[in-house]
Design a binder for this molecule. Structure first.
Ligand code: LFR
Length: 492
């Protein structure tokens, strides 16, 4: 074994994990999960909040566990979901608890803001897709006094780095999701900041993935309970890490689908595409590591099934839900997953049934029918958005890599391959943690660059290939015709 240990802290909307990665003698990368914990937002006084102290405590617990496993020194990278922010006061205190992006406070905010500053102009500056919860809109509705009082505004992973090291950064892959970065000046956009009444100094300097951020804050290091840590700026937006972790070998043009709470479908590019067609189709240009752009679209994703799972008291595992779905008639009823009504409905099952009733489709009654409706609808949306991608980039996509937890869903992988008529390469499920580690491995000089990282990931974890099989042609065509209609009329 080489003697370098790396730890990825990867926190998604529903769970977090602390993972230990190492390059072995044979050159393969191994992953060991050291600590896993639940995450989620909670309602307090009519608003939805994340619990930062809890997340911080779980990270520290993960590092403590690392030490008990014999890791005395390591590098550490942190990634989480995007857009949500922490207001930090002069003494490092949080000014307000951290709103979760599904909170309803941004309802109507975009409309109002676009009245003052049209979306077209925002998009021309930022190249960021419209999502009702972009940081831009969240800050727009945030209490002005609190904003004034904030010495710094930090996105969630930046805040966690700050708590652990005392250093404030604005890591670029995540900062771009605020819709406040200007593609041309490559910094926060002064005009958008002044629209919000904010100053550039309230955001730390932009920092690229790979930068060394120093060790644990002195008091914590002194406890002796934790390893000697060197923090490295990861691609701190989980989706940026997930894309780095795609095991794309070879040259065929490929697209990725990072399949977790959200489905993020897109391509990696050297340059953004922020013209009128991309605007109309609402594709985003999030900043990637190593000079790349994530040209992609958000799709409601596994959130739909996560809610249904929860509404059934967790009685059926996700694997069982997939089995139930596989046993019922395909493409019987479909929904448009990106409709705003699915962002945080009081009952997902109820909302899906209502949608089907309103659109004159058979009601999905059983759990299997609900699950089938979700998976068919997601697959149809993947199909439509890959077609969009081909149009927007002018490149034919030869292969779709599905990474993240959703890559385990054999039914969804199969329908997706069949609809698209191209091979789906599924896995690994832990691509986000792997992408987080990738930056640490490149920074420490163990791996040369992102191409080599992807080869190593491919070699170490492999992929499951789903070749397309032409089945269900008529049913697919009918469902697609219906879906395309919605997807063209309700662009989001
Ligand atoms: C995925 C993700 C998406 C982002 C959404 C909200 O976990 O980070 O990329 O749009 O969550 O932050």
């Amino acid at each position: 074994k080489r003697d370098q240990h790396h730890i990825a802290v990867d926190i998604g909307a529903s769970s977090g994990r602390v993972v230990w990665g190492e390059i072995q003698q044979d050159g393969n990368l191994t992953l060991t999960e050291i600590h896993r914990f639940k995450n989620g937002f909670a309602e307090k006084g009519g608003h939805l909040y994340w619990d930062m102290d809890y997340l911080y405590a779980e990270i520290v617990e993960g590092l403590r566990q690392a030490k008990t496993r014999g890791i005395d020194r390591c590098t550490v990278g942190i990634d989480t979901w995007a857009v949500d922010y922490v207001l930090v006061g002069r003494n490092g205190e949080r000014i307000h608890e951290v709103y979760a992006y599904r909170d309803s406070r941004t309802e109507g905010a975009a409309e109002e803001l676009h009245g003052k500053f049209p979306f077209e102009a925002i998009y021309a500056k930022t190249g960021i897709q419209y999502l009702s919860f972009n940081t831009l809109y969240q800050l727009y509705v945030h209490d002005k006094q609190e904003l004034q009082a904030a010495e710094s505004i930090l996105l969630v992973p930046d805040y966690l780095y700050f708590r652990l090291t005392g250093r404030k950064i604005s890591e670029v892959t995540n900062a771009s999701t605020t819709a406040l970065l200007n593609l041309h000046t490559r910094d926060y956009d002064e005009e958008l900041l002044s629209l919000l009444g904010l100053a550039r100094t309230q955001f730390p300097p932009l920092t690229e993935p790979g930068e060394a951020l120093g060790g644990l804050d002195a008091a914590m290091a002194a406890s002796g309970e934790l390893p000697e840590c060197q923090f490295i700026a990861a691609a701190s937006h989980d989706t940026a890490s997930a894309v780095l972790g795609v095991p794309a070998a070879g040259h065929e043009p490929w697209a990725y689908l990072s399949s977790g709470t959200w489905s993020l479908i897109g391509v990696e590019r050297k340059a953004p595409i922020a013209g009128p067609d991309a605007l109309k189709s609402n594709y985003t240009n999030e900043w990637g590591a190593y000079g790349t752009t994530r040209f992609l679209k958000n799709i409601m994703g596994m959130w739909l099934i996560q809610k249904v799972h929860e509404e059934n008291g967790g009685r059926y595992s996700y694997g069982e839900l997939v089995e139930l779905a596989a046993s019922v008639q395909p493409f019987r009823s479909i929904i448009y997953p990106n409709a705003e009504r699915f962002l945080n409905p009081s009952s997902m099952t109820g909302e899906i049934r209502r949608y089907c009733a309103e659109t004159g489709q058979p009601l999905p009654h059983t759990l299997g029918e609900i699950a089938r409706c979700i998976f068919d609808s997601l697959a149809l949306s993947y199909y439509c958005y890959v077609k969009d991608l081909e149009q927007l980039t002018g490149e034919r996509i030869g292969r779709l890599h599905i990474v993240g937890g959703g890559s385990n869903n054999m039914l969804l992988c199969r329908i997706t391959a069949d609809l698209l008529g191209i091979a789906v390469h599924a896995g690994p499920t832990e691509s986000t943690a792997l992408g987080n580690l990738a930056v640490q491995l490149i920074s420490s000089g163990e791996i040369r660059d992102i191409h080599e990282v992807r080869d190593v990931i491919h070699r170490s974890f492999g992929v499951t290939v789903y070749e397309p099989q032409a089945t269900l042609e008529d049913m697919k065509a009918a469902a697609l015709a219906k879906f395309s209609g919605w997807h063209l009329t309700i662009r989001s």
